[in-house]
Design a protein around this ligand. Structure first.
Ligand SMILES: [Zn+2]
Length: 217
């Protein structure tokens, strides 16, 4: 199941207007690959705004033909379950990541957690894939900016809320959290941030300055 947690209307509006930063647009495109409600909302806003398809940001659909192709494959994408098959990766993501998640050069960041950096963007934006083993947790942290997360496969808990495939989560400096993958299998997410995370807890306070320094390079 998917589509329980959607991006804010502000994000959807900015996407339709073509003004959403590229990596956030990528996260939204991944969400929309399994959420018909947001897809329709964007289409309506585009009609209202008179935005033609080829003026959408690069992370969105490039051409009308591409949109048609994406729309026709949506039903298949919705029922796809296995995360490691290339064809199961959302279309928008396949253009940035080789299809086989298992073969990516994952970099371990914590016990049971690894990441693969997709790209750095303007204005400090970063996009990365996260691989969280079943039952493992991302280190407890808060944020120096915004964080947008969309679930590609599997599911995670954040406090008492479960985010399943396709779900979109937004966090900012007011949020302190420690997402945990459910017992249902490996969780893959796309995470977009515009500032380094701020780790919490005794170990976090020790290594946070190191991570910060690394993030500045
Ligand atoms: Zn949605």
């Amino acid at each position: 199941m998917s589509g329980q947690h959607h991006p804010s209307l502000e994000i959807i509006g900015d996407y339709a207007a073509g003004s959403l930063p590229e990596p956030v647009a990528l996260a939204l495109a991944v969400h929309m690959s399994s959420c018909s409600a947001c897809r329709m909302a964007v289409q309506k806003l585009e009609v209202i705004g008179g935005v033609v398809l080829d003026e959408l940001p690069p992370a969105a659909m490039d051409t009308e033909a591409e949109l048609d192709r994406a729309l026709s494959s949506l039903d298949e994408a919705k029922s796809a379950e296995s995360p490691s098959e290339p064809s199961d990766l959302p279309h928008a993501l396949l253009r940035r990541v080789p299809g086989d998640l298992a073969k990516l050069p994952w970099r371990r960041v914590a016990r049971g957690v690894a990441e693969f950096a997709i790209d750095n963007y303007e204005a400090g934006y970063r996009a990365k894939l996260l691989r969280i083993q079943s039952g493992a947790s991302v280190p407890r942290h808060t944020h120096r900016g915004e964080e947008y997360t969309v679930v590609i496969a599997g599911a995670f808990y954040d406090s008492d809320v479960v985010y399943n495939k396709g779900d979109f989560a937004e966090a900012d400096p007011t949020v302190r959290h420690q997402p945990i993958a459910t017992d249902g299998g490996v969780c893959y997410c796309l995470a977009v941030t515009n500032a380094p995370l701020k780790l919490l807890g005794p170990i976090g306070r020790l290594i946070d300055p190191l991570l910060r320094r690394r993030a500045e390079h």
